[in-house]
Design a protein around this ligand. Structure first.
Ligand code: ATP
Ligand code: MG
Length: 357
């Protein structure tokens, strides 16, 4: 272990974020040790409950100096809706990271795991295994537009989609690279160029141009309407699916919903060049309804840790964690209550750590 340790900024946040984080750290530590990876965890109490309540903001003014030099950010969940509006928690932390650290990729796996009931009938683990890549900085979520003649019958409202060549090309490059690194080497692009007649044909054009750099990758495109249908009807068709901010948003919720529960879904907000730290966090929030009971499922947090190691280039340690998650979920007694088991958060986390090889 002579290499410099990866410096991870650890932000447990609020609610069950604080309960699942120790399990994530436990499993990362185990996998790191087994695979000769050195990690250093620096803890930060940025949150609604511990920080906002005292300081009136989610993070200190110099938050960027405090965590901007880290290799990655491992994030639990923020939110304390009883006292602080969700948008305040979110805009005061995660959205700042996304913008200031140019995390232009949102990445989520769609993978059917053992022991996790899927709303899709007749699907076995192994049948569904793909990634959704969402553009995270521009597209349909650009606040360009306006409202005229409010409260009159001439009311006129418009909002524009912004696509830049840089913004479109860099998300496509990430998606093609990911596809190229996978056995199937298949990329699917979400479009709607039959209805959205200026920006979406541009997106299609850039996909076609980018594909020329990746002759080993097979690619296709679907209009978003039929693509969502195919997520449900033919999830086995997909390998890497890339979409603009809006289409990616829809697909990155639909995909994981097809493969199970919110308690196990992980995600990354990524700056692929590693000019800035990326954030890895479970898809779920602070879940105030179950916080404090020690029953939260830690798998989403743990799986996010595997994604973080993969992003840092530690593929073997990452795969060891995903394998351990699969073996843990395969045994009913090791699952948490949301998956019909009776293990508490810690027992489930320890089980995953024990399974890491
Ligand atoms: P926030 O406001 O922070 O988004 P939320 O309660 O609105 O929190 P989630 O935290 O995603 O949203 O919770 C949605 C539902 O899923 C809740 O009923 C919660 O208890 C359940 N849930 C979420 N995460 C887990 C988990 N890790 N284990 C078990 N149940 C979970
Ligand atoms: Mg909420």
């Amino acid at each position: 272990m002579s290499k410099k340790p990866y410096r991870i900024a650890v932000i447990p946040g609020d609610g069950i974020g604080k309960e699942v984080m120790p399990e994530g750290l436990r499993v990362i530590e185990t996998a790191a040790k087994k695979h000769g990876v050195a990690v250093q965890f620096d803890h930060f109490d940025f949150s609604s409950y511990d920080y906002y309540e005292k300081h009136g903001q989610m993070m200190p003014d110099d938050w960027k100096a405090q965590i901007g030099g880290h290799d990655a950010i491992y994030f639990g969940a923020v939110g304390w809706p009883a006292k602080i509006a969700d948008h305040v928690s979110l805009w005061g932390s995660l959205i700042k990271f996304r913008r200031e650290f140019d995390q232009y990729v949102n990445l989520r796996p769609v993978r059917l795991m053992p022991g996790v009931p899927s709303p899709l009938a007749n699907r076995k683990p192994g049948d569904i295994d793909f990634w959704v890549v969402r553009e995270n900085t521009e597209g349909e979520y650009s606040s360009v537009g306006g409202r005229m003649f409010p409260d009159t019958d001439r009311e006129f409202v418009t909002q524009q989609t912004v696509m830049t060549r840089t913004g479109v090309d860099r998300i496509l490059k990430f998606a093609f690279e990911l596809a190229q690194s996978r056995p199937k080497k298949h990329l699917t692009s979400a479009t709607k160029s039959n209805g959205i007649s200026i920006t979406m044909p541009y997106w299609d054009e850039r996909v076609e141009a980018m594909a020329k750099n990746y002759p080993g990758v097979k690619w296709d495109k679907y209009h978003i309407d039929i693509l969502t249908a195919n997520f449900v009807l033919h999830p086995d068709w997909f390998d890497v699916v890339v979409g603009s901010n809006l289409f990616g948003d829809i697909l990155s919720d639909l995909g994981p919903a097809c493969t199970g529960t919110i308690g196990i879904a992980p995600s990354g907000n990524i700056n692929p060049e590693r000019n800035f730290p990326s954030v890895f966090e479970p898809v779920h929030g602070s879940a105030p309804d179950i916080a404090g009971q020690g029953i939260a499922n830690p798998i989403g947090m743990i799986w996010s840790g595997a994604m973080m190691l993969e992003h840092l280039g530690e593929k073997e340690a990452a795969q060891a964690i995903v394998g351990a998650i699969e073996r843990t979920l395969g045994e009913r007694t090791l699952r948490t209550r949301d998956l019909g088991g009776n293990a508490d958060t810690t027992a489930c986390g320890k089980a995953v750590a024990d399974m890491v090889d």
